[in-house]
Design a binder for this molecule. Structure first.
Ligand code: MGD
Ligand code: MGD
Ligand code: SF4
Ligand code: MO
Length: 709
């Protein structure tokens, strides 16, 4: 029969509540938790596969150390104490011999999904005084954060589409039917869209591919990759010059810089947008007018745009569109959550900053203390003062997830020392000297410090570990604590006694204890005790409008529509040539993929292959290529060979590969993953193609496709 336990899925931003059936230490069934006020019983195939991660025989449970080099290398289990010392000794040695910046840190996506990473991982990162801090942020949402910092005064004060009440929803460069939403925690997107349409609302999608989301929308329009900026600016043009001739749209009194916006978009006509994007000028005009007329409308854009050449301009334009049409902080528009733990308001996460220093080799600006990960490879390879000689990765796989991963792969061999906090020997961690594996989702307590902040409804939920960890396992926060304290001790870094005691206390307190304290600091009335009594979660109601300007994090409580950085980049855009006439490569996600790491699950990888290069039949025909043929795809940085699949869903001139594939590499110890066909799209992406924020432009990469062999 089994026993029922409540769990939570940490595999995407939807944070679904789970109901697990367990027998002893085995999970025998996983279902959505119907009583959960946010996810309402939703679960996707990945949520069920969370049991596969827990049970995976390939998953590391004890530290391992690499013995030998190259093909002859093997992994030897070692004790925790020995592993911690090995890491601390080597990190401290490199810092002592070569300085603070010789140590680099890369934080991957699952950190955002672990409470222990949020509470203790950030403390560890701060304790390293290196400028070489990198994360998946700069291949993902960096433009969103930079724009929020510049316009609202805090990098994580991010408006969320009020999908449950909107009547007009424009989705640009996102595919929530597959991704389940991003910077929009929206469990059960399919049902919420059905509800939207049932109440007479409309969803419109702009995407170079007719995606799963496009197929359930009222309208879908193709746009050339990398051209959204012209479309969004032209919509602003319509609002500022065509809809209100002679006058200006009205904006709230706490908004500055409208005149600059009007000037910036004066020449970006819908006709210009059409020539750049392929979207007819008449449609651009209609979309702008529909947004203005909607009773609660919202523009939402995500990684198809933020990981493109004009990510920052696009995210800025999206905010401007929502503000100029009266939809920011308004029911049915782009709204701000009021979470029980307000990581923004309490200062738990800093406001952010930009360009306070630059990377050593290419002079790329930092944002909020991080450098663009597209610069990591050159910082390892280029000799000189400040060269990276040691790397610590935490829950990341930059060899598959960052541009020109193939070259980074080779560069990692040149490090003096590499350590990883990770649960697998993957394409990246295979280069490590030592890997320290933490417990996984079902073995640790969880309260979501990140995604309640970005959710379409205000809720709070604490989920105790489903299984007690085994005695010889460690939680990630315990690993971070040991690395921090032992490395600092070896470096003889002695902060003033008071500071040291506070730091030690903070590192020693469990994440759960810290959550209890943070809840007490909030004004929601939610306590850890109440959450323990109601494990499904506590509903705090729909998003609230009319919170501005009171809640604006900017020091003057005003919104800046014209940050100089954006103004300059719009000028650069105005001078840019039309997009390349050749083929442009974009990425995609599938419902049963999870970035680069769930391919070890049998239930997620059986069935029809989905790794192929998708290409419009007309583009195949002119190259005399057959559907299913093996083709060679070449970009400035690399070449891969892969099967091609004909698809009418692709805009002519555009090809698409999913990211997170390409596991068949020497030394990867993931039995099933290695058999999954496919190549890494990031062997084709280009670290020179960056948005002004430093985010990699992974979408819209010029490529050529020819017959293989
Ligand atoms: N071309 C292209 N590239 C992309 C993207 C794209 O759309 N196109 N998307 C980008 C985006 S949005 C992202 S977020 C990045 C992701 O890139 P990364 O964050 O670098 O990599 P992931 O694939 O998420 O791999 C995470 C690793 O963490 C490990 N792991 C899983 N759970 C845990 C845990 O609980 N603790 C620890 N310590 N380790 C764990 C897994 O073994 C896995 O190796 O990829 C980016 N790269
Ligand atoms: N199943 C699944 N879910 C996931 C993940 C996963 O790997 N698998 N990863 C998670 C992570 S880390 C993230 S960040 C989110 C991302 O969530 P989403 O942003 O929804 O990610 P994608 O599904 O990659 O959607 C990006 C879309 O942009 C389109 N696109 C590409 N280039 C352009 C362009 O120039 N203009 C426009 N308008 N569109 C363009 C692509 O065709 C694609 O449909 O998903 C999360 N959820
Ligand atoms: S939608 Fe996301 S959070 Fe929900 S079950 Fe699927 S992977 Fe997990
Ligand atoms: Mo991401």
């Amino acid at each position: 029969m089994g026993e029922k336990r409540i769990g939570v899925c940490n595999l995407c931003e939807a944070i679904c509540g789970l109901e697990l059936t367990v027998e002893g230490r085995d999970v025998v069934a996983v279902r959505g938790h119907a009583a959960d006020p946010l996810s309402r019983g939703h679960v996707c195939p990945k949520g069920v596969a969370i049991a596969d991660v827990y049970a995976d025989p390939d998953r590391l449970r004890r530290p391992v150390r690499r013995v030998g080099e190259g093909a002859g290398a093997r992994w030897e289990e070692i004790g925790w104490d020995e592993a911690f010392d090995l890491v601390a000794d080597n990190l401290a040695r490199v810092v002592r011999e070569h300085g603070d910046d010789a140590l680099a840190l890369y934080l991957g996506n699952p950190n955002a999904h672990s409470l222990g990473s949020m509470t203790h991982g950030t403390a560890m990162a701060k304790s390293f005084r290196t400028r070489n801090r990198y994360s998946a942020t700069s291949v993902d949402q960096l433009p969103h954060q930079l724009v929020a910092h510049l316009m609202f005064g805090h990098q994580l004060f991010l408006p969320v589409p009020d999908i449950d009440r909107t009547s007009w929803f424009l989705v640009v460069g996102a595919n929530p039917m597959a991704s389940n939403g991003s910077l929009m925690t929206v469990p059960d997107f399919p049902q919420r869209v059905r509800d939207l349409r049932a109440r007479g609302g409309r969803m419109v999608v702009l995407d170079p591919r007719r995606t799963e989301t496009a197929k359930v929308a009222d309208e879908h329009h193709f746009v050339r990759p990398g051209s959204d900026a012209w479309v969004l600016l032209a919509m602003l043009h319509v609002l500022t010059t065509e809809v209100s001739p002679g006058g200006l749209p009205t904006v709230p009194s706490y908004v500055d810089g409208l005149g600059t916006v009007v000037d910036l978009v004066a020449d970006v006509t819908p006709e210009l947008a059409e020539s750049m994007s392929g979207l007819p000028a008449g449609e651009v005009r209609r979309l702008a007018r529909e947004l203005l007329a909607a009773d609660g409308g919202v523009v939402y854009s995500r990684i198809g745009v933020s990981a493109g050449p004009w990510g920052t301009v696009c995210q800025w334009a999206v905010n401007c569109l929502n503000i100029l049409t009266g939809n920011l902080d308004w029911v049915g528009g782009a709204m701000f959550t009021t979470p029980a733990i307000d990581a923004v308001g309490t200062g738990l996460i800093g406001r952010g900053h930009h360009d306070v220093w630059r990377s050593r080799v290419r002079g790329l600006p930092e944002t909020a203390g991080e450098l663009p990960v597209a610069a990591l490879r050159e910082e390892i390879e280029t000799p000189g003062e400040g060269q990276v000689r040691a790397l610590l990765t935490v829950a990341g796989n930059p060899v598959l997830s960052t541009p020109d991963g193939a070259r980074l792969d080779r560069a990692l061999d040149g490090l003096d020392f590499m350590a990883a906090v990770d649960i697998y020997v993957n394409e990246t961690t295979r280069h490590a000297d030592v890997i320290l594996p933490p417990t996984t989702a079902l073995e640790r307590d969880h309260y979501d410090l990140v995604f309640h902040l970005l959710a379409v409804r205000n809720t709070a939920r604490f989920t105790p570990a489903v299984f007690e960890k085994e005695a010889d396992q460690r939680h990630d926060w315990q690993i971070f604590r040991e690395i921090t304290l032992r490395t600092a001790a070896r470096l003889g870094r002695r902060a003033p006694l008071r500071k040291r005691l506070v730091q030690r206390a903070r590192l020693t307190a469990s994440p759960t204890l810290l959550v209890a304290g943070l809840l007490r600091r909030g004004s929601s009335g939610v306590t850890l005790k109440k959450l323990r009594a109601r494990p499904a979660g506590i509903d705090l109601g729909p998003l609230r409008g009319g919170q501005l300007p009171g809640r604006l994090p900017s020091r003057d409580r005003r919104i800046d529509l014209a940050p100089p950085l954006v103004v300059q980049d719009v000028a650069r855009l105005a001078a840019a040539a039309a997009p390349d006439e050749g083929l442009l490569l974009i990425g995609r996600r599938h419902q049963r993929d999870c970035n680069s790491w769930m391919h070890n699950s049998e239930r997620l990888t059986r069935g029809r292959a989905r790794h192929q290069l998708l290409m419009n039949p007309a583009d195949l025909a002119v190259r005399e290529l057959a559907d299913g043929a093996r083709v060679r795809v070449t970009s400035r940085t690399g070449t891969v060979e892969v099967e091609v699949a004909a698809s009418d869903d692709l805009m002519p001139g555009v090809v698409s590969l999913p990211h997170g594939y390409g596991h068949a590499r020497e030394g990867v110890l993931m039995t099933r993953s290695r058999e999954v066909p496919g190549v890494s799209v990031n062997d084709l992406t280009d670290p020179e193609l960056l948005d002004v924020s430093g985010n990699a432009a992974l979408n819209g990469v010029p490529v050529e496709v020819t017959a293989a062999g």
